[in-house]
Design a protein around this ligand. Structure first.
Ligand code: MTE
Ligand code: MO
Length: 550
């Protein structure tokens, strides 16, 4: 008599069939259902409007809810690519969720349906409660979820198509082999009820539908794009042009690797929480003043552009998240109207110490009223380096207050100024424990030679930039190894709000060298070597790099 080893009873689906070989396919079904939901969601968003896109709305919420240290880490690690990192991370999360959901749904359809419904409800809630959200904005996520449920059920059906129960396999060796062959698609296990052909046909249809609906949604959303309107905008001539630059003002013409005096708009650093850049049509634009004003009003873009006090100024903008030696600083020639004049003509009340600046994407930037009124060249800007503001940099109107980090002054896509107080309101970053007030610290950076690089020994320039907006830079010194501080040559002093380039030609002996730079403000303040992290009010310390002359 032979004894047959009894295999443990396999988990079974609703039809009593084993789920085992079908699980990978069920996971794929979950993934495709999620893809279908996202695609259909985008299509409906294309009809309803950009603020209703579930992908974007959820991403925005993730940014808002991300703890500050994680956000700081993301900006420090990914810099400009922080949003790409977020989108990729979110997609990985959604994919894992969908794969698991597919497997669970194989045994219990209700779990799959509930999981996708939850997905839809989260997306709908995020869109409805977004800064520009309304009840209609729930539609894309809900319709998307319905499509996702339909896709999931259609994809799972061929995985347990009714079929005669398998004949008991007598040999113990054969079963696992058969299962493997079935999972690899080598052929249907006789009677397993798995309609592989139908599964792949349905999958193909689901992928096609997801791609077509998603693509159509994206195309439809293009009609909200303001690129064309921006290109058509004619900027006024400044009544007060920027000071003329002396010949040879830009030292980068002769020094390789040195930052240009003006940063190209395409190269200009970008820091914001917007996953999709707000698209504000010039015709619809309004800047509305509210709060502690005697006679607050609003301005159309034409009213701002048509004023007779248009100023043009060269200002270096800096992000509080900039690390010592970091690249989150840039200079542009800005065109706009004086902020102080606008505030005064609306009768700003003396009791206001904070301006709550509101952006169309819901961001709030809290700026000191006093600086807005008193800092020379504080402005509402609509032009950047001779063009209308690029959409990424705040089109059509942003604020600038020289001398303050961007997060307390440089509100982009700005649609409102509420004259308020620090006691009454915590702005977005202050709520996240960044300092409420943050003047830019004296800073200097070595651009060339690049850190950890090797170059031929002998004479070559050490060069970089230094900034101390509103005060100006008086001197930059460089230390090589343990030597003394050597004065660098500076680009001409044009305006205190503009950074200065510096260059020091140096004879490098062969071997490794440590280069350190420090700046002195025109007010006599020497840049501190005391190291501080960007959080909570800006990094400090000296930029120091290692290089090797060979
Ligand atoms: N609406 C909005 N404005 C914003 C921000 C933002 O996240 N949203 N970020 C601020 C920060 S932290 C900085 S440093 C500057 C950056 O301006 P830029 O992207 O044009 O360089 O914009 C400021 N204005
Ligand atoms: Mo910033």
């Amino acid at each position: 008599m032979t004894t047959t080893q009894q295999a443990p009873a396999p988990a079974t689906g609703p039809d009593g069939l084993p789920t085992r070989g079908r699980r990978p396919l069920a996971a794929v079904a979950g993934l495709l259902a999620a893809g279908g939901a996202l695609g259909v969601g985008e299509l409906v968003a294309g009809l309803v409007g950009p603020q209703s896109s579930p992908v974007v709305a959820v991403g925005d919420k993730v940014i808002t809810l991300t703890p500050e240290p994680v956000k700081a880490f993301a900006i420090a690690t990914f810099g400009e690519d922080d949003k790409i990192a977020l989108v990729v991370g979110t997609l990985v999360l959604i994919a894992s969720y969908a794969l698991a959901l597919g497997v669970l749904a194989l045994r219990r359809r209700a779990v799959g349906v509930a999981g996708i419904a939850l997905f839809g409800v989260v997306g709908a809630a995020a869109a409805v409660t977004g800064p520009a959200g309304g009840p209609l904005d729930a539609l894309p996520a809900l319709v998307g979820a319905l499509a996702g449920v339909a896709a999931l059920l259609a994809l799972l059906a061929p995985l347990d198509a009714p079929a005669p129960a398998p004949a008991a396999t007598p040999g113990s060796e054969e079963a696992p082999l058969e299962r493997l062959r079935a999972a690899l698609g080598a052929g249907d296990r006789k009677g397993a009820g798995l309609d592989r052909r139908r599964f792949f046909l349905t999958s193909g249809a689901a992928v096609g539908a997801a791609v077509v609906t998603g693509g159509a949604g994206r195309l439809l959303l293009r009609r909200f794009d303001v690129g064309g309107a921006r290109a058509d905008l004619v900027l006024p001539r400044p009544t007060s042009p920027a000071p003329a630059l002396p010949a040879g003002a830009d030292l980068s013409r002769t020094v390789d690797g040195l930052s240009p005096l003006f940063t190209d708009n395409r190269e200009f650093y970008r820091v914001d929480t917007a996953i999709t850049v707000p698209q504000i049509s010039p015709a619809d634009y309004r800047l509305t003043l509210t709060g502690m004003f005697d006679s607050p009003r609003s301005y159309t873009l034409d009213e701002l552009l048509g004023r007779d006090d248009v100023i043009e100024r060269d200002i270096t903008l800096t992000c509080v998240s900039n690390e010592v030696g970091g690249l989150l600083a840039g200079t542009a020639r800005w065109l706009g109207v004086p902020l102080g004049t606008i505030l005064r003509e609306n009768g700003i009340r003396p009791g206001s110490d904070q301006l709550v600046c509101r952006s169309s994407d819901g961001m709030t930037i809290g700026a000191p009223t006093r600086s807005a009124l008193e800092v020379e060249d504080a402005m509402l800007a609509f032009g950047m380096n001779g063009e209308p503001l690029p959409v990424q940099h705040g089109f059509p109107v942003r604020m600038l207050i020289p001398g303050l980090y961007g997060y307390v002054s440089a509100c982009k896509w700005m649609v409102g100024i509420e004259a308020s107080t620090y006691a009454a309101f915590d702005a977005y970053w202050t709520e996240r424990d960044w300092a409420a007030q943050a003047p830019i610290k004296v800073a200097s950076r070595i651009d060339t030679p690049a850190p950890l690089r090797a170059f031929p020994a002998g004479r070559r320039p050490i060069a970089g930039v230094a900034w101390a907006q509103t005060r100006g830079i008086a001197a930059v010194e460089v230390r090589v190894d343990d030597g003394g501080w050597l004065p660098a040559q500076l680009s001409p002093q044009v305006d205190a709000d503009l950074w200065r380039q510096w260059v020091l030609p140096y004879d490098f002996a062969p071997g490794p060298h440590q280069l350190t730079v420090r700046a002195t403000g025109a007010d006599g303040e020497v840049q501190t070597e005391q190291r501080a992290t960007p959080f909570p009010d800006g990094a400090s310390g000296l930029h120091s790099i290692r290089v090797t002359a060979t």
